[in-house]
Design a protein. Structure first.
Ligand code: GAL
Length: 929
């Protein structure tokens, strides 16, 4: 047993239900904090916190400046936490070699998260899944003899090496003692073997590496695995994807009551390590807009409200921003280049229609602190049976919360029911379709007293001279809010319509209204500070932004996004984005006299929109057919001899030598083989492992023999072909060469702990037919260490990749100039290169896309390189992706850009390249700070 420093670490962290952990200061200048918990929530320095968390993958957004942009967007929309997977393979091209610089600088990422004000859930695996090649394992791990996710020595040595590199970085950013904002640390992911010792090893290694925050695991599917007993971390986390992953689906199932987890979770909070926020989409799939529709606002309201009812006070939405699985990072079975995921923020970082509900919920759990500690009182009797009213109470303040939805959560009907509120009130609440409402009663709303409301609370704030409360409901539905006063207050309806009645016996001010646009009510007197009550429908509510400034909370209405607020004397400085000119209204402390928007004084209550942008047409394409490897005269003596007779791979080859690409150190992208033979075989039979949607092509003595597609049927990994050599082409006494180009679409994930990531890639079997002669083979692929800047997964083994065609300074003057569309007359690889000079406004955020337009009857695919970066793969006859997002760290917005496309035509008649255009995917004024 090699559990490391278990005893020493145990002394570092004393975590018990309700007891703050005793974490000693490691350096005097660092602030230390305690993280404790009980059955209701985590507590930071004794104060309850609802972690409303967004899953974000830095490796899917290769630009640290844009990390800040997206994290600020999370923060502005109410998230107070971000969950980060760390992808081992993104950092390690070879055993012992690790890179944490540039787009891999996770130290900087954790700094940014802290600066933006987000807590961090750190999830470094070692296994993470995440629809990544090998589920995040480095390519070199596929050649290990030992089984991954077990105690095998070689596997353990490898993950310890990863932990020892990544954990010290995470440790430097812990809230407990690192001066940062990391609050939780996940070991493994959905670990479904029974190996408690392996889990103990991981826990001990994390502690030995300096991790002092609570550890949790993400249990696949709520099975209470690793909830307690040997191998269990401090906390129990789990995940669920109730709408699953087929985005053709137009509906979703009923919500689940998760209270069955309580006995297993005990006196610890409920944690969603992941709750569905969208879905992945495979090659040939329906596209991410369908995923966004499947998991849209109705889904979000139904499921996340149910999670609030079930007290999941650690709530991580996977994904909230998906991004791009650029380079060769993707698992081939379930995703293509885009990992947009139909998430709340799309691949180009824009807010979608899924943001408003998440924002309402985030603002609610942050503002209504009584929600953080609630006990179930149970289902209220006497309501219309079609409607379920579930009551919860804060045991300290006795504030009550009513969770209202249809009894049958799949019902699309419209119903209404009276329900009872303490004090003998029986308001009516409506449920139209698959709606869910969280209503509040008996609650101290800042310095006001809310008797009850049939509107939902979004947020409320104390601005000194007055309180402001923002309540909302579905457009067109009636609402009723009752507030308590000592004497009759003065009520003015400033805009919209509301009726008021005063009940002197109870001291109740009753407002009735219909949610429609914005109704503003000002209440003065009655023995309380003034109240500005904002009653909004859903669309209007989403135009409000709550910010925590240095002088306290601020509410802003109007712009597309408000990132931050800071008060300097009588000036309030706001930073944010607009998509059009529009109005800006500020609810701030009375001292504020001047408002600055992105550094400029706001006059007349309006802020400017973006200026229009234009893009150059992509013309003057340089063109070069480039398959020198197929030429019999090509000198392959510098290639690696593929002569292994044994392999660690659990799948043994049908023929020898072993031709698996990983066994020769080539883990990503395309791999070339040249087989030399003499004699008079009549043909060759080959099997290739490409992963789903892969392709390979064969030549003999320079003559194309054919192309094979692996196809997209579920489970497709490999494909075979038999090729007959053309008459008279083989010279029995001379050197003949068969050349094979195989695209490795990526390695499988290893979710089932069955070593599926080792499913071999490259040629799996090769047999010359019609003779007993055999070939001697050489192999050439991409060296994962070659491009340190762009990383191990940027390049494969195409000749052009190795000759530098994708790079900006490559001299292509002698290439042929063509215009698009351009038709190809031979199978194999041809390169197209052009440049584009952009001059986009510096103060605008213009996400840029590269669009491909062609008839799917043309059988070709393109690797897309922008300024040398492999931003993805376009497959013309599969799709569904036709637009590729080019992040700004890769694309120069002011200056020249090189676009190089490596096009693989499957045949000599339908290949080539269709139209390719640059376009704006959005246009915003911004101040990213
Ligand atoms: C989970 C897994 C994640 C991701 C997700 C689906 O089961 O933990 O890594 O694969 O499914 O997107």
């Amino acid at each position: 047993m090699r559990w490391r420093s278990v005893v020493a670490t145990a002394a570092l962290l004393v975590l018990a239900a309700g007891t703050p952990s005793a974490v000693p200061a490691t350096a005097e200048h660092r602030t230390t904090h305690t993280i404790s918990y009980d059955r209701y929530s985590l507590m930071i320095d004794g104060e309850r916190v609802w972690l409303w968390s967004a899953e974000f993958h830095y490796f899917r957004l290769p630009d640290p400046e844009l990390w800040r942009d997206q994290l600020e967007k999370f923060k502005a929309t109410g998230f107070n936490a971000v969950s980060l997977y760390f992808s081992w393979e993104y950092h390690s091209p070879a055993p012992g070699v690790y890179d944490f610089s540039g787009v891999r600088d996770v130290d900087r990422l954790l700094d940014i998260a802290e600066e933006v004000g987000l807590h961090v859930l750190a999830r470094p695996g070692p296994y993470i899944n995440a629809e990544l090649d090998s589920g995040g394992y480095p390519g070199w791990l596929t050649t290990q003899a030992g089984r991954a996710r077990t105690r095998a020595d070689d596997y353990q040595a490898a993950w310890e090496e990863w932990f020892d590199h990544v954990n010290p970085i995470i440790a430097r950013h812990q809230l407990t003692d690192g001066g940062g904002s990391v609050v939780l640390f996940q070991i493994e992911n959905e670990y479904d073997r029974d190996d408690a010792v392996y889990m103990e090893e991981l826990k001990a290694a994390a502690r030995a590496d300096g991790i002092t925050v609570p550890l949790f695991h993400n249990d696949k599917g709520r099975n209470l695995r690793w909830a307690s007993g040997p191998g269990a971390p401090d906390l129990y986390g789990t995940d669920t994807y109730p709408a699953a992953f087929d985005c053709n689906r137009t509906s979703f199932p009923a919500v689940t009551d998760y209270r069955f987890l309580r006995p297993g979770v005990g006196d610890r909070p409920f944690i969603w390590g992941e709750f569905q926020g969208g879905a992945f989409d495979p090659w040939g799939g329906p596209g991410y807009e369908r995923c966004r529709a499947m998991t849209g606002p109705t889904f979000e309201r139904m499921f996340y409200h149910n999670n609030i009812e079930n007290q999941f006070t650690v709530h991580n939405v996977y994904m909230t921003y998906g991004g791009t699985t650029w380079g060769w990072q993707a698992d081939p079975n379930v995703v293509y280049t885009s990992y947009d995921y139909g998430a709340a923020f799309n691949e180009q970082r824009e807010l979608t229609e899924k943001v408003p509900v998440l924002k309402q919920q985030a603002y609610l759990v942050a503002s209504v602190r009584d929600l953080l500690k609630t006990d179930d009182l149970g289902q209220q009797a006497g309501t219309d049976p079609a409607i379920r009213v579930w009551v919860k109470e804060n045991p300290d303040t006795h504030a009550k919360f009513y969770f209202v939805r249809h009894s049958d959560p799949t019902s699309a009907a419209s119903n209404a029911t009276p329900f009872t509120v303490d004090g003998g009130y029986t308001p009516t609440v409506a449920v139209n379709g698959r709606d869910f409402k969280i209503l509040t009663a008996g609650y101290d709303l800042e310095r006001q007293r809310l008797v009850y409301s049939t509107s939902e609370i979004m947020t409320h704030l104390d601005l000194g001279d007055r309180d402001v409360a923002l309540l909302h409901g579905r457009a067109g539905e009636a609402g009723e809010t009752v507030l308590r006063y000592q004497s009759e207050p003065r009520v003015r309806v400033l805009s919209g319509a509301a009726s008021t009645t005063w009940d002197p016996a109870r001291g109740d001010l009753r407002l009735t209204y219909v949610h429609s646009g914005l109704t503003r009510v000002r209440v003065d007197g009655g023995g309380r500070p003034p109240l500005e009550l904002l009653l909004a429908d859903g669309d209007t509510a989403s135009t409000f932004w709550r910010l925590d400034s240095n002088t306290g909370p601020v509410l802003v209405r109007g712009p597309y996004l408000v990132r931050s607020a800071e008060q300097r004397g009588s000036t309030l400085q706001l930073r944010g984005d607009t998509d059009a000119p529009g109005s800006l209204e500020v609810f701030a402390r009375p001292q504020v006299r001047v408002v600055l928007w992105n550094g400029r004084v706001v006059r007349g209550g309006t802020v400017p929109g973006p200026r229009p942008v234009t893009f150059p047409a992509l013309t003057d394409w340089g063109y070069l057919r480039d398959v020198p490897e197929a030429d019999p005269a090509f000198d392959d003596r510098g290639w690696v001899a593929a002569d292994h007779l044994t392999t660690n791979n659990p799948t043994k080859p049908a023929t020898l030598p072993v031709l698996y690409t990983d066994d020769y150190g080539f883990h990503y992208g395309d791999v070339w083989y040249r087989g030399h033979f003499t004699g008079a075989p009549t043909g060759i039979t080959l099997t290739a492992g490409t992963g789903r949607a892969g392709i390979w092509s064969v030549w003999v003595n320079g003559v194309p023999l054919g192309t094979v597609n692996t196809g997209t049927a579920s489970g497709n990994q490999n494909s075979s072909g038999t090729f007959t050599f053309p008459d008279g082409l083989i010279r029995p006494d001379a050197d003949n060469v068969v050349s094979v180009l195989v695209r490795n679409m990526g390695h499988n994930q290893n979710g089932g702990s069955n070593d599926n990531h080792k499913a071999p890639r490259g040629l799996l079997a090769a047999t010359l037919t019609g003779s007993d002669t055999t070939a001697t083979w050489r192999i050439n692929g991409g060296d994962p260490r070659r491009d340190a800047l762009r990383g191990p997964q940027n390049n494969g083994g195409l000749h052009g990749e190795q000759a530098g065609y994708p790079l900006p300074d490559f001299p292509d003057r002698d290439w042929t100039t063509v215009t698009l569309p351009h038709r190809e007359t031979a199978p194999g690889i041809a390169w197209y290169r052009t440049t584009a000079r952009l001059d986009l406004p510096r103060d605008q955020d213009v996400p840029v896309g590269l669009r491909f337009t062609d008839d799917p009857a043309h059988h070709y695919r393109a690797l897309i390189f922008v300024n040398g970066w492999n931003v993805g793969q376009y497959v013309n006859d599969l799709g569904p992706q036709h637009v590729f997002t080019l992040p700004q760290g890769i694309l120069r917005h002011q200056g020249e850009n090189t676009i190089a496309l490596a096009v693989w035509s499957a045949d000599g008649s339908t290949g080539g390249l269709g139209q390719v255009t640059l376009e704006a995917l959005g246009n915003y004024t911004t101040d990213r700070g």
